[in-house]
Design a protein around this ligand. Structure first.
Ligand code: GAL
Length: 413
């Protein structure tokens, strides 16, 4: 009798326990597929797995953001949501949030006081819709960087460039040596160069006039023409093999000295550090392309599509909380080459390049909103198409390109 009673009690306890909670598998989609990116993801996944019973199910999607985002959005719209997903800070989840498909994080955000330590404020603003918070900022990435191989310039008999002008002036010497001046790759990379030049050559006012105010007169003006002239100069400095090249293959060209430089976001640092390269020695970095210390507070946020399983929702909240923990912010961002979204963490381990970026971002006047924050996906797509067409066709004139650009600016939402 006694044993029977005990068996019943144990059984009911087990049933009761299993009815109360079970560990969740949290499928996380992202496009971090390069060596450096994968190393950074592992840092976050390990932190999640070791601090609870849920499991991070990694669902990397190849093809960078342009390849992954359509897959992510269609899965959520199609009723087959992942547990969590990377998207960029900005407007990429706008329609999903408006459709009520994303988990509201406001209660957690208020309980943990996110607004008191996440900076700049634009990051949480990008997550906010009708006063509620739908994403957790993960990092700050900036596009406005040039990465160079100083030795490649010395081997060509020129000084390593300290700004864009010196880079363009040194390009013929690199070509004589058989070194590709500018390493770049597929469409979004080429288009981003144009967007980076708008700030680096045109300055903050012009960047905001065309990208935020949709000022077509500014887009047609002489200052914007200088941006197109710089873009045309760089068009001549890329190698024909850039078409279809992944961003990290272009970074590897700089790392190995096959190319002199690359205009790329600071996620490129993840590749250099994974290869054991030392910032300021094996490679150098020009934030704002050297002359204008303007950096965007772009980068990544994690969104959580609504899920029927309350255990998944609990796991979503746990991941959101871990992401903003001081420990995860330092460990993930050091591996990713990005800047933490909290200003109250110790980044002494940051390398010389990251320290340049952190110093620039500490002054709000140096921060510009990212293209992802300012442009609707449709506008972004049109600008990418035009930039890629211009870059691929040396016969396309600056006049033609600038007029078509002004029309896109004029119609931008
Ligand atoms: C960006 C993203 C970075 C990195 C980069 C290249 O959109 O913010 O984290 O993934 O794409 O893949």
């Amino acid at each position: 009798m006694r044993y029977a009673l005990k068996a019943v009690l144990t059984g009911s306890t087990f049933l009761c326990f299993s009815a109360i909670s079970h560990a969740a598998n949290l499928e996380v989609t992202h496009w971090w597929t390069s060596g450096g990116e994968a190393a950074a993801v592992k840092v976050l996944a390990d932190q999640f797995n070791k601090s609870g019973t849920d499991t991070w199910v990694d669902a990397a999607i190849a093809g960078s953001g342009n390849g992954a985002r359509p897959v992510i959005v269609s899965r959520i719209l199609g009723g087959n949501p992942m547990g969590a997903t990377q998207l960029n800070h900005g407007r990429q989840a706008e329609e999903l949030v408006q459709a009520g498909l994303m988990t509201d994080l406001t209660e957690l955000a208020e309980k943990e006081g996110w607004a008191t330590f996440v900076r700049p404020a634009s990051l949480l603003e990008s997550c906010t819709f009708e006063g509620k918070i739908y994403c957790v900022p993960l990092n700050i990435h900036s596009w406005q960087w040039m990465w160079t191989n100083p030795q490649a310039f010395r081997d060509a008999g020129v000084e390593p460039p300290k700004n864009l002008e010196e880079f363009i002036a040194a390009a013929p010497k690199l070509k004589e040596k058989g070194t590709v001046p500018l390493a770049t790759g597929d469409t979004w990379q080429v288009s981003a160069i144009h967007t980076v030049l708008t700030a680096a050559v045109g300055g903050k006012d012009l960047y905001l006039k065309v990208n935020k105010d949709h000022d077509a007169e500014a887009a047609r003006g002489p200052e914007m023409r200088k941006v197109w002239e710089a873009f045309a100069a760089l068009r001549a400095d890329a190698d024909p093999g850039y078409v279809g090249r992944s961003w990290n293959e272009a970074t590897a060209m700089v790392m190995t000295g096959k190319a002199g430089g690359q205009i790329m976001g600071d996620w490129a640092q993840g590749e250099f550090s994974l290869a054991g390269k030392v910032a300021g020695q094996d490679y150098d970095c020009l934030p704002g392309l050297g002359d204008k210390p303007l950096l965007e507070a772009g980068g990544d946020a994690i969104y959580f599509p609504k899920n029927k399983d309350p255990e998944v929702t609990k796991a979503q909240m746990r991941l959101a909380s871990i992401i903003l923990s001081k420990e995860a912010q330092v460990a993930f961002n050091l591996a990713k080459g990005s800047v933490p979204v909290r200003g109250d963490v110790d980044m002494n381990a940051a390398n010389a390049c990251m320290k340049k970026g952190i110093a620039i971002l500490e002054n709000p006047d140096n921060i510009i909103p990212s293209g992802d924050m300012l442009r609707a996906p449709d506008t972004q797509g049109q600008m990418e198409g035009l930039a890629a067409e211009f870059f691929a066709d040396p016969n396309m004139t600056i006049e033609d390109a600038q007029e078509r650009y002004a029309q896109i600016v004029e119609q931008a939402q």
